[in-house]
Design a protein around this ligand. Structure first.
Ligand code: NAI
Ligand code: NA
Length: 397
């Protein structure tokens, strides 16, 4: 079928298999252009199909020749109805990895469940023996906890009072004031921590070690965000920030747990990027469009793949100790948080409006990044051509 973008708000209901394939190929080529990384050879990526998780899988495979097992939650296309971008990304990843003789298998199911954890453990036992890196990169609005069977829903809300600031509708460039009501009760905070905190990460690591599939000296990494003060009420001091605090505390717990077998657990603080998850948070898209403008001007702009390639080559696998900040966090948001960058963004923030955003902000860049998440607006792709919407992920029957 011929597939066109169908956008509503920060959701796109279609995605393009060829565009997604080209996206994956571009990321592979970037990683190859940066040279080999002496990293892990057997890798599990939880949240492997889009965003930072996909970039991690690509960096492991094409930077370190690693065998990768991916876990994601995506929808295949059916006759006349395109699948999700993460599905097509996974199909493309497996195709390119297999072409280079790299092991690549994908499990499509709920990573929070015991069943998917067991399935992953069985696949590792059978095909790889053990893994030496586990990337934890889930972003989800809900989680069913297998222990109590309860489904928890996360919210993106401030905690201490109403938060009002500017936001942008990136489709139209219209900047407006948004007011976000604070949490109703403590439970909304706890629920968000249940979904996006570290509980499930810990369950994965313990289940894997118990089953003997986590190698001595293995590393595990989960991703977090801090960002600038203007977004603190909705991000770092909001409900999601509490979940990130929990994730970071879990890294310390896991470090203790893993030290008996020389393992290491880290949280890497990454930079703000256009992904399906971040587009849904008010205020953030406006901040990102200003940030992109400034970072591009300074020649230090990065996307997911540049971030993760740098995380691997300059933090995780330098051959020496992993450099961390005074809280034990890996920082690849260092360029975003540079004082001169933040000063410039903050000045632009004060004057940003509908009339000047296309000039002072990188609205075009934001839109392009958003479209490309779904395989649209990618150079070299013929969007008038018929494509196979039922493209399969080879390892999934
Ligand atoms: P994303 O939405 O692109 O990727 C989420 C991944 O999780 C996908 O592979 C999806 O299939 C998978 N997934 C979701 N629910 C699942 C489930 N129940 N079972 C199995 N797989 C499931 O998200 P993104 O932006 O790459 O986020 C990953 C991590 O990076 C998150 O912890 C996020 O907070 C963090 N981060 C994001 C930043 C941003 O600006 N986007 C900045 C810094 C950190
Ligand atoms: Na991801």
């Amino acid at each position: 079928m011929i597939i066109e973008p169908k956008m509503r708000g920060f959701i796109c209901f279609t995605s393009h298999p060829k565009g997604c394939e080209q996206n994956v190929l571009n990321q592979i080529n970037y990683v190859k252009s940066k040279g080999a990384i002496d990293g892990a050879k057997k890798v599990l990526v939880i949240g492997s199909s889009t965003g930072f998780g996909l970039a991690s899988r690509i960096t492991s495979a094409f930077g370190s020749n690693a065998a990768t097992l991916g876990v994601c939650f995506e929808k295949p296309g059916t006759e006349g109805k395109p699948g999700t971008a993460g599905w097509y990304n996974s199909a493309a990843f497996e195709k390119f990895a297999t072409e280079e003789g790299l092991y690549a298998k994908t499990i499509n199911g709920d990573a929070f469940s015991n069943e998917v954890k067991q399935e992953a453990i069985e696949a590792i036992k059978k095909d790889l023996g053990q893994v030496d890196l586990v990337i934890y990169s889930l972003a989800s609005p809900r989680r069913t906890n297998p222990v109590d069977g309860k489904t928890y829903r996360s919210v993106l809300k401030p905690i201490n009072g109403v938060y009002s600031n500017k936001t942008v509708d990136f489709h139209t460039g219209k900047v407006s004031e948004v007011s976000i009501q604070p949490v109703k009760d403590e439970e909304e905070i706890e629920n968000t921590v249940k979904v996006m905190g570290g509980e499930d990460w810990k369950m994965w690591i313990e289940a894997m070690r118990d089953a003997g599939v986590l190698a001595d000296g293995a590393k595990t990494v989960a991703y977090s965000y801090i960002g600038p003060e203007i977004t603190f009420p909705i991000y770092r001091n909001g409900t999601i920030g509490k979940a990130k605090d929990h994730l970071e505390a879990t890294a310390h717990e896991l470090t203790d747990y893993m030290s008996s077998f020389n393992g290491e657990a880290y949280v890497s603080v990454n930079k703000a990027l256009v992904t399906q998850a971040s587009a849904a948070i008010p205020v953030i898209p406006l901040y990102i469009s200003l940030l992109f403008k400034v970072m591009k001007e300074e020649g230090i702009h990065e996307g997911c793949i540049e971030q993760i390639q740098r995380l691997y080559s300059e933090r995780l696998y330098t051959g020496g100790e992993v450099p961390v900040d005074d809280k034990g966090l890996i920082r690849v948001d260092d360029w975003e948080m540079r004082e001169d960058i933040q000063e410039k963004v903050s000045k632009l923030w004060d004057i940003a409006g509908s009339d000047n955003l296309s000039e002072i902000g990188d609205l075009e860049g934001y839109k392009h990044e958003f479209m490309s998440l779904f395989g649209f607006d990618i150079e070299g792709v013929d969007y008038a051509a018929d494509v196979d919407e039922t493209t399969s992920v080879k390892s999934i029957q």
